[in-house]
Write a protein that binds this ligand. Structure first.
Ligand code: CA
Length: 674
């Protein structure tokens, strides 16, 4: 039975404390039974191969019997052998072994539960799978490594605020005929050098290098449920927020999903190509729920244990997708930590984006970050600091954005800056600061200071948050759009319908200028640099390629936009003042100019003073005009060099200015320095 798949990553913000009704308990009466389960944290869970043969070890403390079924094929046919497993009550595992190496074979487990044999499952630790992920595969992982893999390494990251994130879906990026890419919609798309649009402009990995982002954030790339890998000609599209096998790559992104090694090798080749280009790879992970409920691999191995429930035994559903997992339970916590350690170690992943992270508890997230950083000190971990529904987990334990300061080495998305700059995500017509809506100036300032405490920011006026929840700018990811909701292009079409395309392009530049000059880590959605749209579809999780694929003809049509984004990124990379690393630095070096927002709405002006964060520039003045009208401001006298004005930007300078009155065009940013 397939669960109804729901869009994920609903940008629902639940304010900490809002759900702390007295009746809410961390553990429901139903879930209390799981506390007594013994746990097992060895690295040989489910299968290991050594000189003595193939060893199976399934964690299932309450199973009445357990079996391994061996197959010669990844799908279809009957098992050629069935092994009865032996129970070890001390750690809740069942074992079986065969004296030979079973590389090339496939296996499933099944358990007897309440006198009934449950469905077969590849288990929860399958690192290789057959087509559509129904059977686990036995392969020699060392043979999946591309040439030079041992020396492969992602970019060094001194501070999280140095990272520039580009969020992309494999199909969106390469599927359109205009991509000029051969392996459309595949991991290998990102290994192709020299690909060009019909206008002979760079696409693919060369485009990423040209743009200058430091990391790509790939939408779910583990094996997910909704795309039929056996029928690629159907061209089914899905974002992939419906996890099936957490530790194997998705087959539809490989050139041969029937061969379990191919998807692994090709994903590694993609990562290596990006690393060779100096670009890190961040993976979107969705441990917060499973695609299926009763038929999930979790439930088929240890019924009930891995999910949370209400007192009456119903699945709780903080994911909005039918269930939620229980990171506060030891075997699940260890599972999440071991899984991301595995991806970091085996695939050289450079960071993780946790979907609906607040379904997980803060302790799990802190432990997870510490475990990853032991393997890769440059790894960056961030997530959505909210849930999409109520949970039995108490709000104070949830990895909410409001609790980010309780965690270590974890960042959260700022929905403050997102909604304030472009307008609220849930109301297409709503405008934001950058599109002429007054009254959001203080919330934009909250974004500019990365939600840290600042003497000139009044959090009581914040639209989404009422206190400085970040102890450091390294805890904040700034953005104005992502795969969820309308693209920035579509949002501008709906929210300022009277505006000309030139005005919408100007507003997009302004919105991203706010993101890329703010403290914290900037994040952008793939294709916005060429004004990519999704034809007004806000929830395109299963929309066809005709909605989701990026049309690279836009790189010529919107060449000016692309140049602006590229130079904006270059400006940020060249100037550490935009990348301060502590709240104290920001409070000392970032000074807002006093503006009466009642009289002069949609105008923000601030300076980054005294060679902030070791910047070569003594003072940087940043002014935003989010109004549809031009605005005149007064800049103090000095030998200023203008670097951004009226929709143009050049870190090398656009001319000099002696101070005094200067006009900002509608929807534009002015940046100048001493
Ligand atoms: Ca799949």
């Amino acid at each position: 039975m397939k669960k109804h798949i729901f869009p994920i990553a609903m940008a629902l913000t639940i304010v900490s404390g809002a759900l702390s009704a007295p009746s809410i308990m961390a553990t429901s009466k139903y879930d209390a039974q799981f506390a007594s389960y013994p746990t097992y944290n060895g690295d040989d869970l489910e299968v290991s191969v050594d000189g003595n043969g193939t060893h199976f070890r399934l964690w299932s403390p309450k199973a009445e019997q357990a079996q391994v079924l061996l197959y010669s094929q990844g799908a279809y046919g009957s098992p050629y052998s069935t092994l009865d497993m032996t129970f070890h009550p001390a750690d809740g595992t069942w074992t079986a072994e065969v004296p030979e190496n079973l590389y090339g074979k496939f296996y499933t487990f099944r358990i007897l539960n309440n006198g009934v044999w449950m469905k077969e499952t590849p288990g929860v630790w399958a690192k290789a799978v057959g087509i559509n992920g129904n059977r686990a595969a036995l392969i020699d992982l060392s043979k999946t490594n591309p040439e030079g893999w041992d020396a492969d390494k992602g970019p060094q990251v001194d501070n999280f605020t140095d990272v520039i994130i580009y969020e992309m879906h494999h199909r969106d990026f390469s599927m359109h005929p205009s991509s000029g890419i051969a392996n459309k919609g595949k991991f290998l798309a990102l290994t192709e050098q020299g690909t060009l649009s019909p206008d002979s402009l760079k696409t693919g990995i060369d485009h990423l290098k040209e743009l200058g982002v430091t990391h790509v954030h790939i939408l779910p790339s583990y094996d997910y449920n909704s795309v039929d890998e056996a029928n690629p000609q159907l061209n089914t599209y899905n974002w992939g927020y419906d996890p099936l096998n957490y530790n194997a790559p998705e087959g539809s992104y490989s050139t041969n999903p029937s061969d379990p090694a191919v998807r692994i090798r090709e994903m590694k080749e993609m990562i290596k190509a990006l690393h060779d280009a100096g670009i890190g790879v961040i993976m979107d992970v969705v441990y917060n729920h499973t695609a299926a409920n009763d038929d999930s691999n979790f439930n088929l191995t240890a019924p009930g244990y891995y999910h949370r429930h209400w007192d009456d035994g119903r699945y709780s559903d903080a994911s909005g997708c039918g269930n939620e997992t229980a990171s506060d339970r030891q075997q699940m916590r260890d599972y999440i930590i071991n899984s991301i350690k595995y991806w970091t170690d085996e695939y050289h992943i450079d960071g993780f984006r946790f979907d609906l992270m607040a379904i997980h508890d803060t302790e799990t997230m802190t432990q997870a970050a510490a475990a990853i950083k032991e393997i890769n000190p440059d790894a960056f971990i961030y997530g959505e600091g909210w849930t999409a529904g109520d949970s039995p987990l108490e709000p104070e334990r949830r990895a909410l954005k409001e609790n980010v300061s309780k965690m270590t080495d974890i960042a959260v998305f700022s929905d403050d800056i997102r909604d304030a700059v472009k307008g609220h995500y849930s109301n297409a017509e709503d405008r934001g600061f950058a599109t002429g809506k007054p009254g959001l100036e203080e919330t934009v300032k909250i974004g500019i200071v990365a939600s840290t405490a600042h003497p000139q920011v009044d959090y009581s006026k914040g639209a989404n948050s009422k206190f400085a929840y970040a102890a450091s700018p390294e805890m904040i990811v700034n953005y104005v759009s992502c795969h969820d909701d309308l693209t920035l292009t579509d949002k501008l079409k709906k929210s300022i319908p009277e505006a000309s395309e030139a005005e919408r392009l100007a507003a997009a530049k302004l919105a991203q200028t706010i993101v890329f000059t703010s403290q914290g880590t900037p994040f952008m959605f793939a294709g916005e640099e060429i004004f990519r749209d999704k034809k007004g579809v806000h929830n395109s999780y299963k929309s066809p390629d005709s909605i989701n694929a990026i049309d690279w003809a836009g790189k010529k049509t919107y060449a000016d936009q692309f140049d602006y984004y590229k130079n904006l990124i270059a400006l940020r990379k060249a100037h550490p003042a935009f990348r301060m690393t502590s709240a104290d630095q920001i409070a000392r070096h970032l000074v807002f100019d006093e503006i009466d927002s009642e009289k002069m709405p949609n105008l923000i002006s601030y300076s980054l003073k005294d060679n902030a964060n070791g910047d070569a520039w003594k003072e940087i003045k940043v002014i935003f005009n989010g109004s549809a009208e031009p605005r005149t401001v007064n800049v103090k006298k000095g030998k200023w060099t203008i670097v951004a004005r009226d929709g143009k930007i050049n870190p090398e300078g656009l001319g000099s200015f002696k101070g005094g009155k200067i006009e900002l065009a509608p929807y534009s940013a002015l940046i100048l320095h001493l």
